[in-house]
Every structure is written in structure tokens, then in C-alpha cells.
Design a protein around this ligand. Structure first.
Ligand SMILES: *Cc1c(COP(=O)(O)O)cnc(C)c1O
Length: 362
């Protein structure tokens, strides 16, 4: 079957490393000598304890997290974090700053507003259809956190450097670029990421949270919406999404042992993105949509001269075993999502196809 696999440029759920899928295949009927599938073992068993603890240890090692950071696996996707963050950290009426860089940050802002939290939108790139990351932002003194979306999956922009917040902790939605590059971790109070972009299947959201912010969590929140519930129970207050967590564990193992860690991962990701963008820069046919200094290393968004050509491009690409190149339904155009598992060979195959398509249609 494996010879029929295509190059998968889906935005999420997205490509996973082949060795990870093969290991899952092996453990699917008999996990670690248990005589049971990984989907059948109890979350209260030694088997699953080892899985979740290894996933946490690897996360801490890869990102260089100190003991003041807790690693959680939650459900409800990244979207539930849009409300959990303000519910947990702004219970006493304090304020937080938000930067609006497109669909997902707009949704995060909306959820805080639904809860009636007095947040400030301190910058937005809505004026130019979110084609850039705002600069020179004035943050609010005394804010509890600054919320940013590190990579904008739909618009194809990414913070190259995080803004200077004068010591206010960053809270970042890293759904589409967690573990893709090194981080100055001390600047972050909380990081959250739906796994289905860069680190696993759908069904689990990784949350990394620092103890000083946990001190702000009020008692009177529903248990399932309170970070401290999951900190106390090692993410097993209720049944966790075991299979998704197991896959994340294997992806992190691949990242550490096969790729060789974050330095190497970042280098590979930069090379992949640069190869694709420099092709755009020499083409009069394909046009990148993001400003050059705000381009995403993970989601490469581009247009062709007409919508007709875009439709044909996406269909013919698939006939050539290059899948998932349609842009998000809200913006149209084309998008190649090139997360950690995407190999350089996929980039080269895509560029070859693009050249060929331009030759016959340009
Ligand atoms: C996909 C995505 C989300 C939504 O994630 P869900 O897990 O589906 O809730 C949020 N933020 C970003 C940046 C995303 O790419």
C-alpha cells in the first residue's frame, strides 16, 4: 500500500512521518506486548502512563522547558483554548492584549469578548487582508498576557520574531508551527496547539503553561475548563484522547531521534520554505500572497493569474500525486502546507509540477 501514498500538502489534519504511521500499524493489534491494541488499553494502565509521560518528557526536552512549565493534553481543539485562556487568567477583571493577524486570532478575540473580558486589540493587519505581521506595537502596561497567533495557517503569515512586550508573558496559538523552530521559551506564559497540523492526528490539543499564570486560575470554573484540574491529574481527570496522545509521542520521538531535534528541524523547514518562495520570486505566473518579511515557513499561500487556472492547477496537481493544494475556503487561491513531516522531495516535486503547469498554461 505504501507505494500509493501521495505528497500531502493538507493544512490539517495533515501529513505525518511515514515511520510514525508504520509504527502505529505495528502496535495497532498488539501494543507493546500487551495483547491489546493501543486503542484498547486502559488510560489507567502502566502502558498508557508510559506513553503520556514519555510524550511530556520529550516535549520538555525538545523545547527546553524548566520545572515551572506544565505540559497538558486537552480536548476541544485549539478553539476551546480561545475561551479557556481568558476564563482562567482574567477572572479578576484584569486585561490582556490581543494582536489580530487573521481568522484564528479574530476568533480568539471574539471568545474573550463573549465572556465580557476587557481585552484590548492592540494591533491588526486587517487593513491589508492580513498579508503581514504588525510591527511597532504599543502594549498595555499591566496587561496579564499578550495573545498572538504565531503562524497564520489560512493567510500564510508567521511571526519571524515575537514582539517585545516589556516582560508581559506571551500566550501563543502555535497550532500550525509548534516544534517547527527554536523558541525563546522564557517569554511564553502559555502555548497551545491543536495537534492535527504539526504533531499528530485530530483530537488532542497540547497546552504548555507556566506556574505563575496557573496561580491566577479561579476556583469557581467548571472542572473541564480549568487548567489546574488537568495539572493535578496529569491530563487524566477524565478519559484522555489516548490514541492521539500516543501518535504525538511517536512524532516527538521521530523529531528527537530521526531528525535530531529542533535545530535541525528548523534548518530543514527554512530550506523547504526558501526553496518554494524563491521559485515564486522568479515566476511571473505564481504570486505569493504574504509580504516577504511575514511569510510563513509552514503554509505557503499563492495565487495564479485566474481562479479558473487555480481550479485546474489543484485538480491536475492531484492527478500528479500532489494533494491538498486548495486554499482555505474563506480566502480561495492555493496553499501548500509544508509542516515538519513534509520531505524536501515533496517540495521539489511540487516545484517541478508548477514549472510544467506554467509551461502549458502560462
Ligand atoms: C487549525 C487552527 C485552529 C483550530 O484548531 P481546532 O483544533 O480545529 O480547534 C486554531 N488556530 C490555528 C492557528 C489553527 O491553524
Amino acid at each position: 500500500m505504501t507505494e500509493k501514498r501521495i505528497y500531502n500538502f493538507n493544512a490539517g489534519p495533515a501529513a505525518l512521518p511515514l515511520p510514525v504511521l508504520e509504527e502505529i500499524q505495528g502496535s495497532f493489534l498488539n501494543f507493546d506486548g500487551s495483547g491489546m491494541s493501543i486503542t484498547e488499553v486502559s488510560h489507567r494502565s502502566k502502558w498508557f502512563d508510559d506513553v503520556i509521560n514519555d510524550a511530556i518528557d520529550r516535549t520538555k526536552r525538545i523545547l527546553g522547558l524548566g520545572d515551572e512549565y506544565q505540559v497538558l493534553f486537552l480536548q476541544g481543539g485549539a478553539s476551546t483554548q480561545f475561551c479557556m485562556v481568558p476564563m482562567n487568567f482574567l477572572a479578576d477583571g484584569s486585561t490582556a492584549d490581543y494582536v489580530d493577524t487573521g481568522t484564528w486570532s479574530t476568533k480568539a478575540i471574539k471568545e474573550a469578548e463573549i465572556l465580557g473580558k476587557p481585552i484590548q486589540m492592540v494591533a491588526s493587519s486587517a487593513d491589508r487582508d492580513y498579508a503581514y505581521i504588525p510591527k511597532d506595537i504599543g502594549f498595555t502596561p499591566g496587561a496579564i498576557y499578550v495573545h498572538v497567533t504565531s503562524n497564520n495557517t489560512i493567510k500564510g503569515t508567521q511571526w519571524a520574531d515575537f514582539p517585545d512586550t516589556a516582560g508581559v508573558p506571551l500566550v501563543s496559538d502555535m497550532s500550525s508551527d509548534i516544534f517547527s523552530r527554536k523558541l525563546d521559551i522564557d517569554r511564553f506564559g502559555l502555548i497551545y496547539a491543536g495537534a492535527q497540523k504539526n504533531i499528530g492526528p485530530a483530537g488532542v490539543c497540547m497546552v504548555i503553561v507556566r506556574d505563575d499564570l496557573l496561580e491566577r486560575v479561579p476556583e469557581n470554573l467548571p472542572s473541564m475548563l480549568k487548567y489546574t484540574t488537568f495539572v493535578k491529574k496529569n491530563s487524566m481527570y477524565n478519559t484522555p484522547p489516548c490514541f492521539a496522545i500516543y501518535t504525538v509521542q511517536l512524532v516527538l520521538k521521530w523529531l528527537e531521534e530521526t531528525i535530531g531535534g529542533l535545530d535541525n528541524m528548523e534548518r530543514l523547514n527554512r530550506e523547504k520554505a526558501e526553496r518554494l518562495y524563491s521559485f515564486f520570486d522568479t515566476s511571473g505566473f505564481y504570486r505569493g500572497t504574504a509580504d516577504a518579511d511575514s511569510r510563513s515557513m509552514m503554509n505557503v499561500t499563492f495565487r495564479l493569474p485566474s481562479e479558473d487556472l487555480e481550479t485546474r492547477f489543484v485538480a491536475e496537481a492531484l492527478e500528479n500525486d500532489l494533494g491538498g493544494l486548495k486554499g482555505h475556503r474563506s480566502v480561495g487561491g492555493c496553499r501548500a502546507s509544508i509542516y515538519n513531516p513534509t520531505p524536501m522531495a515533496a517540495i521539489d516535486a511540487l516545484i517541478d509540477f508548477m514549472k510544467e503547469f506554467e509551461k502549458t498554461n502560462g
